[in-house]
Design a protein around this ligand. Structure first.
Ligand SMILES: O=C1O[C@H](COP(=O)(O)O)[C@@H](O)[C@H](O)[C@H]1O
Length: 258
């Protein structure tokens, strides 16, 4: 007999992307305040792709304590910081250039190491170790919040269907040189890091995500990369989607409350 999931993902679906943007900001601000009240800082990992476009609700929000934010990237393309493919550039354009966050609290990849992807990934892991104390004392870092996107193939971060990185159990940061989505060279947080976060929230909007959202939420046993995101207890998983993306999903919606 199968037991009900004691900690199921929570699905919030909003009529339009603008509603999602507003409520996502409310959610992030609440998680930020809880973390700061607990330990004086807020650690966040951000994705690229379409995710930075959904962060606009944080701009001008009076309750954001920007000086307490410490921001890392879920994944990054191995390109200079000012390259159009850079996730750091996308987050800077959409958010960081518009808010008073201290530059030293944002942690992009070391752009002097673009010719050595292994060292680039190792250095980013060391950056995490510096933030989260030693790798030994905290087996995996515990981000207060990780915001993920999902590609139309079900990938998340730079964890692609069928790739050997899906079974990485030890490294915090891994590299990939054969990403099926360009550019091919990237670094990425691994599942052990993503699944040890206190809160993980996916954001998915629009028609292009309809089929994959239904597969990932209604048939998680297919094992697509996004379905494998399941934070270990006491972590929680949320989905922020718009009604257009959720049109084929049977998984139950939860009314948004804080
Ligand atoms: O390549 C990437 O894709 C995913 C999904 O992007 P989206 O544009 O379909 O939302 C993104 O989450 C990841 O950070 C990025 O590097």
């Amino acid at each position: 007999m199968s037991h009900p999931d004691p900690n199921p993902p929570i699905l919030y679906s909003f009529p339009a992307k603008a509603d999602l943007v507003e409520h996502l900001a409310t959610f992030v601000v609440k998680k930020q305040l809880e973390a700061i009240n607990r330990k004086g800082r807020f650690t966040l990992a951000l994705s690229g792709g379409s995710l930075p476009d959904t962060l606009g609700g944080l701009i001008g929000h009076s309750s954001v304590k920007w000086d307490k934010w410490h921001v890392f990237y879920v994944d990054e393309r191995v390109v200079p910081h000012d390259h159009p493919d850079s996730n750091h550039l996308a987050c800077t354009d959409k958010l960081f250039s518009k808010v008073p966050i201290p530059k030293e609290n944002i942690h992009p990849i070391d752009a002097t190491l673009l010719d050595n992807i292994e060292e680039l990934a190792d250095e980013y892991e060391k950056e995490l170790i510096r933030e989260f104390a030693s790798k030994d004392s905290a087996r995996f870092p515990v981000f207060d919040l990780i915001l993920l996107g999902m590609g139309p193939d079900g990938h998340t971060a730079s964890l692609f269907p069928g790739h050997s990185l899906l079974s990485e159990e030890d490294r915090w940061v891994a590299y990939i040189e054969d990403s099926p989505k360009p550019p091919p060279k990237r670094i990425t947080l691994t599942y052990p890091v993503i699944n040890h976060a206190a809160i993980v929230a996916f954001v998915a909007t629009g028609k292009g995500k309809q089929d994959i959202l239904a597969t990932v939420l209604d048939n998680p046993d297919e094992g697509l990369p996004s379905s494998r995101v399941r934070p270990v207890s006491p972590g929680h998983l949320y989905w922020f989607v718009d009604d257009e993306a959720a049109v084929k999903v049977s998984y139950p919606r939860t009314p948004f409350t804080l």
